[in-house]
Design a protein around this ligand. Structure first.
Ligand code: CP
Ligand code: NVA
Length: 336
């Protein structure tokens, strides 16, 4: 049986397909319990801390609700309300907190920080997003695909947009691990780094999946089962990059034509938040400055029947609960 007790989740590259499968199955079980109000306070009396150097809605709330549902105490810390960053290094913060808490979530900038944190902490550390990877999002995305399409193996998955950000990198690895056919449909300037592509191709060769990169929108979206996108400028990037990024990515917008080129019952996915209208301050500002009212996805596609973005958002909570539970529990749960 898969045993993840005491493990960190720093990036999906560190997990085997069997371990990923176990987390997904545990998430299904926990989702069923939550929907049917079956108590699952497996971690009663324990405590976790959430360190956020970048903003968040889904990841923070998922860890908070998951922790509370599992019977734990949860503390949220950001640089504005703690010594973290300004007066105390992340490494010192982690060494202090791992004496008080039973698990640590970290969202921030470089991947090295979360890896360092894990080296200093003897409690599980979960990566809640770095510039390079977003592993907790992957479990939610895989679960959502499986719920909607009934399978992972052989699914044609197309990621459009900034393919070398945390989402592009992570999705390529997640698809490779679980036997999906991954396509990054992006300008070559925004392809994932070569070493990671090579690594993903090796992993895909074992799982029966595949990895390809294309600049051609028609070829990239043809017969896709899933079309996925993310914002064009990520947290931590300077505002000056908007103009270049818009010029590079405007033809990779997920719109009606892209969806029509995919399979008839294809689904649209997005990790969120999304700029699909002018109802945000950044969305309104970009619309005014560059004359584009919608960015990575049109409002039409975002609001369409094919869009599963809110199922995906809900699944963040069930899957984060599963990873927290699997890494912290005293006796592993046998899912049969
Ligand atoms: N998808 C995601 O990580 O959302 P948040 O930034 O709101 O946590
Ligand atoms: N690429 C995005 C993902 C947000 C969940 C960012 O890093 O801002």
């Amino acid at each position: 049986m898969v045993d993840l007790r005491g493990r960190d989740l720093l990036k999906l590259l560190d997990y085997t397909p069997e371990e990923i499968r176990y987390v997904l199955d545990l998430a299904k079980d926990l989702k069923y319990k939550k929907h049917n109000r079956i108590p699952h306070r497996y971690l009663e009396g324990r405590n976790i801390v959430l360190l956020f150097e970048k903003t968040s809605t889904r990841t923070r709330c998922s860890f908070e609700v998951a922790g509370l549902d599992l019977g734990m105490g949860v503390t949220f810390l950001d640089p504005g309300s703690s010594q973290m960053g300004k007066k105390e290094s992340i490494a010192d913060t982690a060494r202090v907190l791992s004496r008080m808490y039973d698990g640590i979530e970290y969202r921030g900038f470089s991947q090295e920080i979360v890896e360092e944190l894990a080296r200093y902490s003897d409690k599980p550390v979960w990566n809640g997003l770095t510039d390079q990877f977003h592993p907790t999002q992957m479990f939610a995305d895989l679960l959502t695909i499986e719920e909607h399409l009934g399978r992972l193996q052989g699914v044609n998955f197309t990621y459009m947009g900034d393919a070398r950000n945390n989402m592009g990198n992570s999705l390529m690895v997640a698809c490779a691990k679980m036997g999906l056919n991954f396509t990054a449909c992006a300008p070559k300037e925004l392809f994932p780094e070569a070493w990671l592509v090579e690594e993903a191709k090796k992993i895909a060769a074992e799982s029966g999946g595949s990895v390809r990169l294309t600049e051609d929108v028609y070829e990239g979206t043809k017969d896709a089962d899933v079309i996925y996108t993310d914002i064009w400028v990520s947290m931590g990037e300077p505002a000056e990059v908007w103009e270049t990024r818009i010029n590079l990515l405007k033809k990779y917008q997920v719109n009606k034509a892209a969806m029509a080129n995919a399979k008839k019952d294809a689904i649209f996915m997005h990790c969120l938040p999304s700029f699909h209208d002018e109802k945000t301050t950044i969305g309104a500002d970009i619309a005014k400055r560059f004359g584009i009212p919608e960015m990575e996805v049109t409002n039409e596609v975002f609001e369409s029947e094919q869009s599963v973005v809110f199922d995906e958002a809900e699944n963040r909570m069930h899957t984060i609960k599963a990873i927290v539970c699997a890494t912290m529990i005293d006796e592993p749960i046998d899912l049969g």
